[in-house]
Ligand binder design. Structure first.
Ligand code: OGA
Ligand code: NI
Length: 382
């Protein structure tokens, strides 16, 4: 943007500065419901961090590797695991089709989230909390206590483990929300465990199961079964000036795997691939699955936790549901001992889960900075 244009944008924003700071903290939905013709300054990114929205949109669209779960659970398993490995190494992302979760469960979850964001602000605000460990948290931006520039996103975060402890704190309105999240969280957890097993197998950590229904005695899996799960419903209202802001800044997910249900109608997710930001094309009835920081560490850097961000849309609001899975909160996150040896030494420091959470609570997002700080550099080893 030319200096003259920057000045013009700033001058035009003068009237917006009437918006009080507490109003930003009430969320984007609330701000938009009051009527907004321009993006308030609080949401305007420095020019270098703004999304470049290409006119030839098609040029930056990306078809992620597609993994067919039905194929993986059948006679073609070995071949599918190779594709899975390649996807996790080269993209850190894949799209999962034939995942087996009933569409009713998915639709009920999306519907419940949609209704939650449509509740009067007074009802939603009951769940606002600054406490990052609260089992329910309604909020806005990325890290609203730290972000200097806010993101165009509101969220509802629900811890899902152990269910019986957290359920009573979940929103009681809309009436169908709790049941929808219980069903959805159980289904995504089972799907996650199937994927974890495939990932362990693809890393050579468990024998290729001849009979995948057989009760596996793998120690690793026990820990995963008891792992943490967080469901995040994201709401990105339509935005009058989508090229000035982002729904989510570039970030990596902290956990092991994220199962994301993107909005089927409204694109927005972009991943960094080969140095470029590329837009993910949603496939109906599929999940976008991505490698998180914990899996990057666990695989000793073989699988990559890749930066991604979210664009906002000028006409339509967008809803997405992310299910973040990892080890139990008291676990250490470290490279799997079976993957390291003299020839391939550990590349990351052992880190406890609490340090991840603490870091995220106390820093403005900055790309993959925490993961980078865990990286060990040795002589002769970059
Ligand atoms: C996330 C995320 C992407 C999206 O919730 O961590 O990256 O499309 N969401 O909403
Ligand atoms: Ni993410």
């Amino acid at each position: 943007m030319s200096p003259a244009l920057v000045l013009e944008v700033q001058t035009n924003r003068k009237e917006e500065e009437q918006v009080e700071s507490h109003e930003y903290h009430e969320g984007v939905k609330q701000l938009c419901d009051r009527g907004l013709a321009k993006v308030p300054r609080k949401y305007i990114l420095p020019a270098s961090e703004r999304p470049f929205i290409s006119i030839k949109d098609g040029a930056t669209n990306l078809k992620l590797p597609v993994i067919d779960l039905a194929q993986m659970q059948g006679p073609d398993r070995i071949h599918t695991l190779k594709s899975l490995s390649k996807a996790c190494e080269e993209y850190g992302f894949f799209q999962l089709i034939n995942h087996g979760i009933a569409s009713e469960s998915v639709l009920n979850m999306i519907q419940a989230a949609r209704k939650f964001f449509e509740l009067p602000f007074e009802e939603r605000s009951k769940y606002m909390s600054k406490d990052q460990s609260a089992p329910v948290r309604y909020g806005t931006s990325f890290n609203q206590n730290k972000d200097s520039v806010f993101c165009w996103r509101d969220f509802l975060k629900l811890s899902c483990h152990p269910l019986s402890d957290v359920l009573p704190s979940w929103p009681s309105s809309p009436a169908e929300l709790r049941q929808a999240v219980v069903n959805y969280s159980k289904e995504t957890k089972s799907l996650y465990l199937i994927l974890v097993k495939a990932i362990l197998e693809s890393l050579g950590l468990v024998e290729t199961a001849k009979n995948i229904d057989e009760n596996d005695s793998c120690d690793h899996l026990k820990e995963f079964e008891d792992g943490s799960q967080l469901i995040v419903a994201n709401c990105y209202p339509s935005c009058p000036e989508p090229d000035l802001t982002l729904g989510m800044p570039p970030h990596s997910d902290y956990g092991f795997l994220t199962l994301l249900l993107p909005d089927e109608e409204v694109k927005g997710l972009q991943i960094q691939h080969e140095g470029k930001w590329v837009t993910v094309e949603p496939i109906p009835n599929s999940f976008v699955v991505n490698v998180g920081d914990h899996l990057e560490i666990f695989s000793n850097g073989r699988y990559r936790s890749v930066l991604h961000r979210v664009l906002v849309n000028p006409f339509k609001s967008r809803i997405s549901i992310a299910s973040l899975h990892s080890l139990p909160f008291n676990s250490m996150i470290r490279p799997s001992p079976k993957l390291i040896n003299d020839a391939n030494p550990g590349r990351y420091m052992d880190t406890d889960f609490a340090s991840f959470i603490e870091y995220m609570a106390s820093h403005e997002h900055k790309n993959k900075s925490f993961l980078e700080s865990r990286r060990l550099t040795r002589q002769g080893h970059a």
